[in-house]
Design a binder for this molecule. Sequence first.
Ligand code: ADP
Length: 575
Amino acid sequence: MESKGGDEIQVSVFLLDTQGCVSSWNEGAKRLMGYESREVLGQHTSKFYLSDDAETEKCEYGLKRVVHDGIFEEQGWRVRKDGSRFWASVVITTLRSRDGNLTGFTEVIQDMTKRREVEDSLRAAQGGLERRVIERTLELESANDALTQSEQYQRFLADSGEILASSHSFPEVLQSISDLAVPMLADWCVIEMLEEDTELYAAAVSHHDSYSLRCLKRFYKEHTYDRNARQGSWDVIKSGKARLYREISDSLLGEIAKGPEHLSLLKRLQSKSMMISPFWANGKVIGAITFAFSDSDRRYSSFNLSIAQDLGRRTGNAIERSRLYQKLEAQTAELQCAVQVRDEFLSIASHELRTPLTPLKLQLQSILKCLEKGTLPNLAPEKVQRIVHISDKAINRLTHLVEDLLDVSRITAGKLKLNCEDVDLSEVIHEVVDRYFSEISLARCRVFIDARGPLLGHWDRLRLEQVVTNLLTNAIKFSPGKDIILSAAEVRGSVRFTVQDYGIGIDAADVDRVFRRFERVGSDQNVGGLGLGLYITRQIVSAHGGVIQVESKMGEGSSFTVELPFRVGVSEYTA
Ligand code: ADP
């Protein structure tokens, strides 16, 4: 039999008796199966089945179905005489006598092997095509994802750039950066900063879930961290290298955790992937940013890590800038303050210097007038004495002011020199009080000295006089009409000298300022002075290795106490 296309279609038709044994065999059956009729007549049709089919009684089952249904059709493997297999389409039908008794079966077997091969290869080709379509679709999808992700990251970096360049304080900047990272770059994010090189604190914490955020914040607030951890932020800070934990196993979680509480927190947060990047300022690691994926099931890649590192680098730069800016602001404020103090000082100085010049000028003018009129010889001696006294006082005042200014420039230039010799402090106190007798009387003060000498020390006499003078003249200035007590005694191997007055006192808020340069405090600004006396006094005292302190109460008076060692470390001291 020939097919239309020329391919031979092999069909075998043969008869079986009621037991399923071959009862008739024809040429077609011989061609297909390879058996001569004498070889198969009387043989059971199961002969043409695979040996495995015998176990399942496949053939018997087919014959039972034919008896029941009148026809049985199947496709399956059959075996030729030479043992080769072929894919067969089998149709078995019953043969019955007129009265309906079963007389046998007709079995038609057609070789479908070629067709099956074509179908298989078609199916395989189709399968391959489908697989390739799926693969390509996946490739396109992941390329699209990567593109979208890269676009998102670019937007993220641009947004973070804006935040980092903003003029907000850096704690605000860090919080904004951490908030920006969630949820795009992380399910939660923590920015830790190094404090004094030994402590880590969480400067910013973000989580997409508010309950977990509270847990994170509480944890970072309440716990200190193990500096020696081999993983986690301390490791990143100490090594200066970013870390990527693509997949976090339980054991790794244990190493990253900063302790048992941190471990249970990390477990509760279900952190599955993590990356930590350090950030620098002035070439020093100053903190670390931790990004973590938890419930979103995402994983970090080296691409993500490069973004984290980039962000870390730019965060460090921004912090550095912000710190410099703050420093600059503080310096500007300090400079503005210094300029203000200088301006005030200049106006005070010009006023103070002019004050003694006025009486001096008046006295000289009165003498000039007498000279012009020729009445100078007639001037009463008391009048002349008064003119000389007033002029002398004015010159003394001027000399004192100029000396103070010169002392300040000496101190600033480090050129305050001590010429030490044996000095009796008790003697110095008495001499200075005597020198200021008229000022004391003019101010209606009563001065008491409790300094039974000798109190011998190795000091610079003139500078010591200056200390006593400054403290006494201040007491006179700020406690008119009141008592002043100067006491000196040896206390525990040094000498303690105190000037106590009962005058206006100093406000507690101003006490620290009185020893600074150009500082004049309190309400009584009518009392003259350059605000230098106590500054110079303190410099002289500390040049002698001593200290000066003040105790004061507004309206109740002040007590300045100087403590001096009996001997300066070296006989000549340069401050
Ligand atoms: P000055 O050289 O102008 O006298 P000081 O440096 O000696 O300035 O004093 C600084 C400021 O300290 C004074 O302007 C005054 O306000 C305050 N002060 C100093 N001594 C006393 C005192 N005994 N009682 C109250 N205030 C004082």
